[in-house]
Design a protein around this ligand. Sequence first.
Ligand code: IMP
Length: 434
Amino acid sequence: MRSNNFTVVGLQWGDEGKGKIVDALARTTDYVVRFCGGANAGHTVVVDGNRFAMHLIPCGMLHNGVRNVIGNGVAFDPVVATEEIAWLHDQGVVLGPDNLYISSAANVVMPWHKLADSLSEKNLGTSKIGTTARGIGPCYADKARRSTAIRAGDLTEADLLREKVARIAALKNKTLKALYGAKPLDGEAVAAQYIELGRQLAPMICNTGTILRRAIAEGKRILFEGGQGSMLDVDHGTYPFVTSSSVTACGVPTGAGVPPNAVGQVLGLVKAYTSRVGAGPFPTEQDNETGMYLRERGHEYGTTTGRPRRCGWFDAFAVTYAADISGVNELALSLLDVLAGLKEINICTGYRIGDKQLESFDPAVMADASCMYETLPGWDDDITGCRTFDALPDAAKNYVNRIEQLVSRPVGFISVGPDRAQTIRHKTQIQGLD
Ligand code: IMP
């Protein structure tokens, strides 16, 4: 049986513009599901000039009738979630038990996770990972450790939560003091705060896996919304400079509690260039005027942290690797408008180590790799008003076509600006779009 569903994943280091495309596709779906990451993600959607910056709430919430799921694979921060729900409420978007479901099995980000994240980074000095300091890594570490984890379901049971927080806070206070000389957290105050958050969120906390599997059996359409980008995947990315969850399409089944054949068609999001936040290898990085040009034109500053992003050329070798891992059917190319004004545009087609060309991609060697570039002509025209492929200047068409050839996938969508309307539907085969 062919799945009705589809999955959107980033194929670079995150910030590929997933929010906008998920929002555009969400209106054709019944459910939008987050399966990885947490409040480290920053998905921006612009509707009629209004900017919505979401971190934890799935992007389907901007469409009436779409149900939004925070899956078990998410590192769930109830502080951010309640703030985001309240903010959206003020914007006229109402979220409640009818359209937001939070997995009771999602692991909760606690105050000691955030503290450990920033103290660990500080302690690492120049070896730091450059995390978002949202407590993501320590939360997933506790998930794997089990005895020191708190799940969203625990938030709804006040007595159990009080007992767990008292035990875990005592332990964390000892460890954080021994490791970093940290001041102790007040366990009782933490318990009181999280019991109150649990009271507010309880109507939405449930077994989301059961809901999704039932929806699949009923033939409903589900969109799985990836966070971060494949090169930040804990297994397949530029380890250790990665995030701590499975962000490729392979993360969907475990992170949402659905069978692998529910992943459906996979749309791989790529920027027309590359950006990266935080430390780690980035072979096509342009730490020069070109990088600055891309950063300023692309507003390349983190949605979550405000940090300036490192910018560089499109890396077709790395993108093909990421597309292969997720079984990507088609690409969505974002921020093509940003490239306007460059005389020439480079695309990385392969790597060399010394004078030897690599036959296959391996993220472990990226730090030592030098890039093989192909140079294409740029264009000057402002393309933000283009609504069809034919309306693009020849050099831009040529660039898109070359990416398709190098990555061996069709480009389904092209984004030429932040607004919903600034999207060119090109070769998409995703079913159900009119
Ligand atoms: P963490 O996820 O906060 O632990 O950060 C680990 C690495 O992933 C750092 O390099 C972050 O900058 C990066 N990262 C995490 N989430 C995102 C995202 O949504 N976009 C881009 N980079 C991210």
